[in-house]
Design a protein. Structure first.
Length: 151
């Protein structure tokens, strides 16, 4: 009869406290691992986007017929002939300081401030790649309100 007494209240409370400490430690470990994975994915996406933007800029510089060097600003205007794969006309590449030691790379299509801009190329947002018809249409689309130059 004595072997079937069960557990006392103190033994159960000690067991619950130990289990809660172990579960808290495991939960903290999994949350930190998840945050580290998300940060790593964000960094990879930023590197990939930057690499693609610089590759596109390299192709446009090689294809350009006229390149206006930067004066006081941090921008380069390229005139692309009709046979370029990325489009034709005037394209401006520029940088702007986003925060301390962080810069965004912009590609502005056309020569006026009201023409659509492709936005920061190095942003971390995932974007769908437009089809060829959408790419050619987006270069001449006017915005509902004039947009300021990003740089």
């Amino acid at each position: 009869m004595r072997g079937e007494r069960g557990y006392t209240l103190v033994e159960m409370l000690v067991t619950l406290v130990i289990m809660s400490v172990v579960m808290t430690a495991l939960t903290t470990l999994f949350v930190n691992a998840s945050n580290a994975e998300q940060d790593m994915n964000n960094r990879f996406q930023a590197q990939l986007t930057g690499r693609l933007a610089l590759d596109k800029m390299r192709r446009e510089v090689h294809c350009a017929s006229v390149a206006t060097p930067p004066g006081q600003s941090s921008s380069v205007t390229l005139t692309l002939p009709a046979y370029c794969k990325t489009g034709s006309g005037s394209v401006t590449w520029c940088t702007r300081s986003v925060s301390t030691n962080r810069y965004a790379l912009y590609r502005v299509i056309g020569a006026t401030a009201a023409v659509a801009s492709s936005g920061p190329i190095t942003s971390r947002r995932a974007r769908r790649r437009p089809r060829a018809a959408e790419r050619s249409a987006s270069s001449t689309t006017r915005l509902s309100r004039p947009r300021r130059w990003p740089c």
